[in-house]
Design a protein around this ligand. Sequence first.
Ligand SMILES: [Zn+2]
Length: 305
Amino acid sequence: MDAQRTLRRQISCVGIGLHSGNKVNLTLKPAPADFGVRFRRIDLGHHEVPATVNNLAGIQLATGLSSNEVSVETVEHLLAALVSVGVDNVIIELNSPEVPIMDGSAAPFIYLIHEAGVKRLAAPRKYLKIVRPIAISRGDKRIALYPSDHFKVTYSISYDHPLLRHQSRTLRITEESFVEEIAPARTFTFLKDVEMMRQNGLALGGSLENAIVLGETGILNNALRFDDEFVRHKILDAVGDLALVGYPVIGHLVAHRAGHALHTEFAAKILEEAGAWRLVEGPFEVPVLPVVGAQVKAAAPRLAN
Ligand SMILES: [Zn+2]
């Protein structure tokens, strides 16, 4: 049986919120089968916000959720890490409205999950298998899912910037490929946008420690982690946003110039198009937690008690 999984033990770390710049404590805790992924605001009476499209809230640079006016922001990198290494059930405790930005990638979350360990539960995992294409487009932005035997992503981006024009990549997403090829890819922004965000009170916690910043003539950070780190990060965002459907997806996701708004609109549309998919069980048994490489170890967060 391809079983649902949770963490072996709880684990905590500290980081800062991208928008507020405030210190945030994050704790991941084991949860029972069919519990799903739920955020819990320990600063607001332990109110829970399940990570589903039903709780989608405003998209402001990142993906936010809310339930009964309690919100959680910047959820996508953590959700991408959890779904990609097969953690189906987990409680995510926060003492702030924001998931900490860490280094702007999913590598610190992979490190945390790896440290906590993963265990199987006595219940089968269900996958959402695409049987008919689903697509939406908005101008030249487009996103679609096609039937496939695996979960695969093709992403292409296009910007009018001397250092970033077109990048495209196709990758079959497995635990190993996500950990090695996608998780370490950091978020990016343009220097000209940073000032605007600051004026609007956004990205107060943003720095070269947690984002690649593209100036007119160069990258302000010392080096990229991959030549095409930008499109890899877009794949990471899409995987995290797609996780809001509540099941790992089996299909080929194809996106062009999309972003959080389109990813999440698409996640909601998938659930509405009930004739375009079926819920299926394995056998897709995959190894529990691949060995983490140097890039993930280098991104280890500061652990807390
Ligand atoms: Zn991102």
